[in-house]
Design a protein around this ligand. Structure first.
Ligand code: ADP
Ligand code: MN
Ligand code: MN
Ligand code: MN
Length: 344
């Protein structure tokens, strides 16, 4: 029987954003194991800020499994962290309690910076490179350097081979900044794949001596671009029924729940959502057709199609937890009655 390398991957207890952790165990299976065949495992929670009381054992519960294209007989095992009883979710385990709905589709646009020697890849040792302009979707050594594209291509291939629904890549507005998009049906599925894509990117770049900077405004209060994780979303009702009256009620609910959304849209978002540079101010909700300066962008196609389709919440940032982002969006949507005859 072949020996499989099972990489159990989980989110640790660091705040405000958890880190990815992983460790390997070897197990024999006839063929690539299904989720049901993967055993619970444990780790030392006192080393990951997840220890509870005197007992530091935490339990890893597999919740999704992907082939690991970088290893012979490798599996990437996404896990939830459980209490020692193996059934109670650990307080740091947000995934266990999020809202989910297979009819709710999410497209996350993950932006990030490559960093080397404490600065964005391609930045000179002192000062700044040429100002922003040519980098977004750019080509050529002076715009993207010599290694970034190699990394994003390799990352794309790893994601696709793992069965992750990676949808595309673009070089972003700042030098050294890139984006990839992940689409999934259901909050858990989409968010698991974002976390797994982040994991694969972090692991891949080790050998290049390059770090991934997920902070939403790594260059601080400058004109240099921040990093978002726009969340595109639609429910079956939005896609199939929609309508202007429902849309307006939905937007009113997003406005009323502004604080709950911002609370899970990633730390330090006030540094990024300043109201300048195609961002809406973090503390004021707005929406607009094709408006990239609004909190929620309404695609042209949505309006043309009788207010049916998907919307883009531009506020979530690159550090945000996609589990909580998707869940909050679903929570607000669920608070809106689809009985629009009662409205107005
Ligand atoms: P932009 O950079 O113009 O904002 P992208 O092409 O980077 O747009 O991202 C658009 C995202 O919208 C993709 O991840 C895509 O999967 C997602 N998307 C498209 N249709 C839907 C839909 N019906 N529901 C949810 N997300 C969707
Ligand atoms: Mn995009
Ligand atoms: Mn982008
Ligand atoms: Mn976008």
């Amino acid at each position: 029987m072949p020996k499989f390398k099972l990489e159990y991957i989980w989110l640790d207890g660091y705040t405000p954003v958890p880190n990815l952790r992983g460790k390997t165990q070897i197990k024999e299976y006839d063929v690539f194991p299904s989720l049901e065949e993967l055993p619970l495992w444990g780790f030392d929670g006192s080393s990951t800020q997840q220890a509870e009381g005197r007992s530091s054992d935490c339990v890893l519960k597999p919740v999704a499994v992907y082939p690991d294209p970088a290893r012979t007989n490798g599996a990437l095992v996404m896990c939830e962290v459980m209490m020692p009883d193996g059934v109670t979710p650990h307080p740091t385990n947000k995934r266990a309690t999020i809202l989910d709905d297979a009819g709710a589709w999410f497209g996350f646009e993950q932006e990030y910076f490559f960093y080397k020697n404490g600065r964005p890849l391609g930045f000179p040792e002192a000062g700044y490179p040429a100002p922003q302009g040519p980098y977004y979707t750019g080509v050529g050594f002076k715009n993207v350097g010599d290694v970034a594209r190699q990394i994003v291509e390799e990352h794309l291939d790893l994601c696709l081979a793992a069965g992750i629904n990676h949808e595309g890549i673009n070089a972003e507005v700042a030098k050294g900044q890139w984006e990839f998009q992940i689409f999934g049906k259901g909050s858990k599925k989409a968010a698991d794949e974002v976390w797994m894509a982040r994991y694969l990117l972090l692991r891949l770049t080790e050998k290049y001596g390059v770090d991934i900077e997920f902070h939403c405004k790594p260059l601080g209060d400058t004109d240099w671009n921040g990093s978002g994780m726009h969340a595109n979303f639609s429910t079956s009702y939005m896609r199939e029924v929609g309508g202007k009256a429902y849309f307006e009620k939905l937007m009113a609910a997003f406005e009323a729940n502004l604080d709950d959304h911002i609370a899970v849209y990633g730390p330090d978002n006030h540094m990024r959502l300043t109201g300048k540079h195609e961002t809406a101010p973090w503390n004021k909700f707005s929406y607009g057709v094709a408006d990239r300066g609004a909190s929620i962008r309404v695609p042209h196609s949505f309006v043309k199609n009788d207010y049916k389709g998907y919307l883009e919440d531009r506020r979530p940032n690159s550090m945000g937890d996609p589990y909580q982002i998707a869940s909050q969006i679903l929570k607000t949507i669920s608070s809106v009655s689809t009985d629009v005859s009662a409205a107005a």
